[in-house]
Design a protein around this ligand. Structure first.
Ligand code: F6P
Length: 327
């Protein structure tokens, strides 16, 4: 029998990601299913500190499972980084009679949630990993990653049309501030010739040599995917180098924020629905200071610090396959 310790609130924090709405819907309806009152907090921790808290019903989240963005808005809050901000946030929750908080966000948001849980043990705080970057340890997927990869893939498919019409090499920058998961996945999915990841150091001359060899072997165009957080230079630096070394005419395309929007894929909607439900049930189970994840298709939980204590590695086998298929 679940322990109904009192009302739950849900907020979205940090960069938005497709599937946040599906997750909010799941949190709201799972709570109501179990007979628990549910509140939405607008604009993340900033809204929490300011008391932007509203009671939600099952109908408040109708028609949002298929929408990108987040209907309760998201924000980054400098105030919540300070203990005083977290005290004000806890006071707002107490003032509304709210006992638990579900935080949808990435590792920065989880840091805040971790400290809130530590400093206010009477609260139950549970996280749901939402970021397009898929850079949270302890979960195979984060909400928004699959949609971002698909948006980037369809953009690169279009770029390929013009690249092949003009015999050009395109350097395409995808998002991923500190992580190359999007870059690697989309590079494999779009049949790119090369990929630059922040996690690895590339031999630039070897890459130029492989691209030149491809050209000699009849490739008339090429796609090079670069993660935003690449440490050996940005897309323009890499493009300038390849223009000088490969003989290709080179162009740059920065995909940017289109990767944060769109219609969430089925995978993101299902993951969001499962994780949102799990977050509420973990709270009803009496847990706090943890986030939910999906590993090998099973829901798991880990204490917040597990999210950042180890960096989630990029898969070397995907790099191997990409290179093998790029001949
Ligand atoms: O963390 C997700 C992400 O989209 C990164 O890939 C990107 O670098 C960052 O957010 C951009 O954040 P902001 O919304 O603050 O510009």
């Amino acid at each position: 029998m679940p322990d109904n310790s009192g009302p739950i609130a849900v907020l979205c924090s940090g960069g938005d990601s497709c599937g946040m709405n599906a997750c909010v819907r799941s949190v709201v309806r799972t709570a109501l299913f179990h007979g628990v009152e549910i509140y939405g907090v607008e604009r993340g921790y900033a809204g929490l500190i300011n008391g932007a808290i509203e009671r939600l019903s099952a109908r408040s989240v109708s028609g949002i499972i298929n929408r990108g963005g987040t209907v309760i808005r998201s924000a980054r809050s400098a105030d919540f980084v300070e203990r005083g901000g977290r005290v004000r946030a806890a006071e707002q929750l107490a003032g509304h009679g709210i006992a638990s908080l579900v935080v949808l966000g990435g590792d920065g948001s989880f840091h805040g949630a971790h400290f809130l849980a530590l400093e206010h043990p009477s609260l139950r705080v549970v996280g749901v990993p939402c970021t397009i970057d898929n850079d949270i340890n302890g979960t195979d997927l984060t909400i928004g990653y699959d949609t971002a990869v698909n948006v980037a893939m369809s953009a690169i498919d279009k770029i390929r049309d013009t690249a092949s019409s003009h015999d050009r090499l395109f350097v395409v920058e995808v998002m991923g501030r500190h992580a190359g998961h999007i870059a690697l996945e989309v590079a494999v999915a779009s049949g790119a010739e090369e990929v630059f990841l922040p996690e690895t150091t590339e031999d630039l001359d070897a890459i130029a040599a492989r691209l030149s060899e491809g050209r000699r072997n009849g490739k008339t165009s090429s796609i090079v995917v670069v993660a935003e957080g690449e440490t050996q230079g940005n897309a323009h630096d890499i493009a300038a180098f390849l223009q000088n070394t490969t003989g290709f005419e080179v162009r740059v395309s920065i995909l940017g924020y289109i990767q944060r929007g769109g219609i969430p894929t089925a995978t993101d909607r299902v993951v969001a629905s499962r994780m949102g439900a799990a977050a509420v049930e973990v709270i009803l189970d009496g847990q706090s200071g943890v986030y939910v994840g999906i590993e090998n298709d099973r829901i798991t939980t880990h204490p917040f610090p597990f999210a950042w204590e180890a960096k989630k590695a990029v898969d070397p086998d995907r790099v191997r396959v990409l290179r093998m298929l790029a001949i």
